[in-house]
Design a protein around this ligand. Structure first.
Ligand code: NAD
Ligand code: UFG
Length: 338
């Protein structure tokens, strides 16, 4: 089976390429490297001892995509390529709609031209919106409250609609990720954000290596276990394995659209993550309590039982493994892939 992985050089994409290659699948990556480095793919090959095909290409380039499909027999697509910063998305909404929504339309059109109708899409827990009760379950009403979340929601609708046309051959798996952290246990690939990280785990890791001075904890007055925000952290390798299962499931002959939460099904607070990281690394993380960050929710976590029932997948790796693997990656590569 040959899988086209858009955004395959990115954080989740690179870990998924490892799992696909180790599962014996052929991998073709399309990435324009706007938020990643080719070195990540070189390291994927080093970890697995297997080669993959790399195409330096923007998914909005239909002609370029046609050449990729014409020169490789692609059975399915895992579609990671997109912009992902919630704050930035409200500053540059048109760039987000163009990249994430128009990019997916271009990709799906070219797929259909080449009679490739199987796609796994990176959606997000953010589509549930601020009013959803926890745990989030796939049947809840959605209502994202930021531009990034709306791009994910629109793509979900577009792919679901493609499944709805008469005699549609589309087979779609919409994966709603919770909070991926961690790194491959080799310490060779991991999250390498540009500039100052927006997300908790890379921020803590950069404080630990001395790149940043101190963590700002955004709010300690939420109605949670210790007042700090609670999230469902999932090891990126578990998440990658979820994609292998999702793509395998599409190998069955039933068309249609399925939605799966990929989370661990339990939450940890900011301070619990800090403590776990300190224990794994032996380094004290200085932090200050700061005001709440606009748009943040107090607490959310997944009901991931549907993925367990239908994809035969569940998150296995503990928070201790998540922080230990993050630390190995960050301490081995204090400057990321540079
Ligand atoms: P990432 O930025 O590390 O990876 C995205 C990759 O896509 C990068 O390699 C980037 O260069 C590439 N890319 C972006 N636009 C492109 C385009 N137009 N053409 C070709 N390549 C393009 O992000 P990630 O954390 O690996 O996330 C992967 C996907 O999962 C994204 O769609 C993201 O929105 C989604 N997601 C991420 C999280 C998270 O917390 N990391 C949570 C939920 C959903
Ligand atoms: N936090 C801090 N300090 C920081 C960064 C984060 O205290 O420097 C806190 C946040 O307030 C929150 C928790 O750590 O309580 C997690 O924050 P992240 O930024 O790591 O993650 P979010 O839950 O805000 O968002 C992530 C992805 C989004 C995605 C969402 C749901 O970044 O793209 O999960 O899947 F939409």
């Amino acid at each position: 089976m040959a899988v086209l992985v858009t955004g395959g050089a990115g954080y989740i994409g690179s870990h998924t390429c490892v799992e696909l290659l180790e599962a014996g699948m052929d991998v073709v990556v399309v990435d324009n490297f706007c938020n990643s480095k080719p070195e990540a793919l070189r390291r994927v090959e080093e970890i697995t001892g297997k080669a993959l095909v790399t195409c330096d290409l923007d998914i909005r380039d239909r002609e370029g995509l046609r050449k990729v499909f014409a020169s490789h027999q692609i059975d399915a697509v895992i579609h990671f390529a997109g912009l992902k910063a919630v704050g930035e998305s409200s500053q540059m909404p048109l760039a987000y709609y163009d990249n994430n929504v128009s990019g997916t339309v271009a990709l799906a059109e070219v797929m259909a031209e080449f009679a490739c109708f199987k796609i796994v899409f990176s959606s997000s827990a953010t589509v549930y919106g601020p009013d959803a009760p926890v745990p989030y379950i796939e049947t809840l009403a959605t209502g994202p409250c930021n531009v990034y979340g709306r791009t994910k929601h629109m793509v979900e609708d577009i792919l679901r609609d493609a499944c709805g046309i008469p005699e549609s051959q589309w087979q779609v798996s919409l994966l709603r990720y919770f909070n991926p952290i961690g790194a491959h246990e080799s310490g060779k690939i991991g999250e390498d954000p540009q500039g100052i990280p927006n997300n908790l785990m890379p921020y803590i890791a950069q404080v630990a290596v001395g790149k940043l001075k101190s963590l700002n904890v955004f709010g300690d007055d939420y109605p949670t276990v210790d007042g700090t925000g609670v999230r469902d952290y999932i090891h990126v390798v578990d998440l990658a394995k979820g994609h292998v299962q999702a793509v395998r499931k599409l190998d069955k002959p039933d068309p249609g659209c399925n939605i799966y939460n990929l989370g661990a099904g339990r939450g940890y607070s900011v301070l619990e993550v800090v403590k776990a990281f300190e224990q794994a690394s032996g380094i004290t993380i200085p932090y200050e309590i700061a005001p709440r960050r606009a748009g943040d929710l107090a607490e959310f976590y997944a009901d991931a039982s549907l993925a367990k029932d239908e994809l035969d997948w569940e998150a296995e790796l503990t928070i201790e493994r998540m922080v230990a693997d993050t630390w190995r990656w960050q301490s081995n590569n204090p400057k990321g892939y540079e």
